[in-house]
Design a protein around this ligand. Structure first.
Ligand code: ADP
Ligand code: MG
Length: 420
């Protein structure tokens, strides 16, 4: 039995139709994201499932209960909602705020019983709120307030938790902290999570399934790997992206193809290129390849370096090292992971010092892995060698091992078979 089953759901606000003929099911223990542009009806859908909006057409089952036949306290024992923010209208203490979530279990004028107090304590532990018990909600930071709101939803003790952009106003570190918490609730406590997330990439890192909503209808629904495609994102959000795999997590992520020199629609190529970069030597190449629609990665660059900046602006994944520090073994290995996943490796005309000598080693390793390696030999290596000859020696070895040598970045396109 699914946790939620929705059949032919339609909904209008004052006779303006907003949701049309929506059907889908959410298995128990699933982590599902609802993705869609502003105004597509995501919040409306969540508000219907949570029982806030009642006059819908169609059928909604929560477990084996028909939602329309549940009294609101009964519904609240099955479904809890974490909204984007809450204004309680009164400066409650943190504990008071959390305890309010027990309302489905308490008669109107009764106070909390021992079991309720215990539930509140447990949830405050889980959300690390114990130090805040007597603090006032209105005086907390955004991230702390959001933990209180989550705790309030958790004390409802419902098997289904709905999230409506619960992390949108927070810094990325808080967002990740809260997403990790939702994931633990999902995997350790068996909660079913259905969430709307502002950040698609964050959503797909944590989700099993995705429902795309567009103009109030289901556009697509399925496993992340099946439905998070360039075509779907482009059609749902009207924005061009490319989808790649995050080598750190093995999960998909999307990259906007920014407006600078975006590849033309339909011109995204399924060819992965890793550019060995640094110090700005690769920036023109990265921009050129990017505008031709190749799937790029680069490294190892140093933080604050021009190539890292370019990669960041273009949404190209990169491996980086602390500013002015030698490349660590960790970064070298991450760089090799990118290389392993690529079809071509291009060595930009870098300056080589002792700190980034390992980038040259990576080029040799790419050849040893059987990768197509292209060396851009724009400027004499002797002038770029700051290692007393060591780099020059390995550079020639790389060429001797069978790398393609070109004199300009434009020639790279010929090798890739791209007619400009
Ligand atoms: P999303 O959460 O995807 O941004 P919403 O569900 O909030 O979308 O809104 C869907 C549509 O319903 C929008 O066109 C919005 O203007 C409209 N809408 C939302 N809330 C109300 C309301 N309370 N009364 C009338 N129209 C509303
Ligand atoms: Mg919304």
């Amino acid at each position: 039995m699914n946790m939620v089953d929705i059949e032919n759901l339609s909904f209008s606000y004052n006779s303006v139709p907003v949701l049309r003929n929506i059907s889908f099911g959410v298995a128990k223990n699933c982590f599902m994201s609802i993705l869609g542009p502003n105004g597509s009806g995501k919040s409306t859908l969540i508000n219907i499932i949570s029982g806030v909006l009642k006059k819908y057409e169609g059928r909604i089952s929560i477990g084996d209960a028909d939602l329309s036949s549940l009294a609101s306290k009964e519904a609240a024992k099955l479904v809890a909602v974490v909204p984007q923010s809450t204004d309680p209208g009164f400066n409650f203490t943190v504990r008071e705020m959390v305890a309010m979530g027990r309302y489905p279990y308490i008669n109107r004028f009764d106070s909390l019983r021992a079991a309720d107090e215990k539930a509140v304590d447990e949830v405050m532990d889980k959300t690390r709120l114990h130090d805040f018990v007597n603090r006032r909600y209105n005086e907390l930071s955004g991230g702390e307030k959001q933990r209180v709101i989550i705790a309030q939803a958790l004390v409802q003790d419902s098997p289904l938790i709905l999230l409506d952009e619960p992390t949108s106003h927070l810094d990325i570190n808080f967002q990740i902290e809260l997403m990790d918490l939702f994931k633990r609730l999902n995997t350790e406590d068996g909660k079913t999570i259905v969430g709307i997330f502002h950040d698609i990439n964050l959503a797909i890192q944590y989700s099993d399934r995705v429902l795309f909503l567009k103009d109030g209808g289901v556009f697509d629904f399925g496993e992340v790997e099946e439905v998070v495609t360039e075509e779907n994102i482009e059609r749902v959000f009207s924005s061009e992206v490319y989808v790649a795999k995050n080598p750190f997590t093995g999960k998909l992520y999307i990259n906007p193809t920014f407006n600078t020199q975006p590849p033309r629609s339909g011109n995204i190529k399924d060819i992965r290129i890793h550019v060995i970069a640094g110090g700005g030597a690769a920036s023109p190449l990265l921009s050129m390849l990017y505008s031709h629609g190749y799937k790029l990665s680069c490294g190892v660059v140093n933080n604050l370096d021009t190539d890292q900046d370019t990669a960041q602006r273009l949404g190209i994944p990169f491996v980086s090292e602390a500013p002015f520090s030698p490349v660590s073994l960790w970064a070298q290995n991450k760089n090799l992971e990118f290389i392993r996943g690529s079809d071509y490796v291009i060595l930009a005309p870098l300056e080589f010092g002792h700190g980034n000598f390992s980038n040259l080693v990576s080029a040799r390793q790419a050849l040893e892995m059987g990768k197509e390696v292209v060396v851009i030999d724009e400027e004499d290596i002797s002038a770029r060698d700051h290692t007393g000859g060591k780099a020059k020696e390995l550079y020639h070895k790389v060429i001797g091992l069978g790398a393609n040598v070109v004199k300009s970045k434009e020639e790279v396109l010929n090798i890739l078979g791209d007619k400009r």
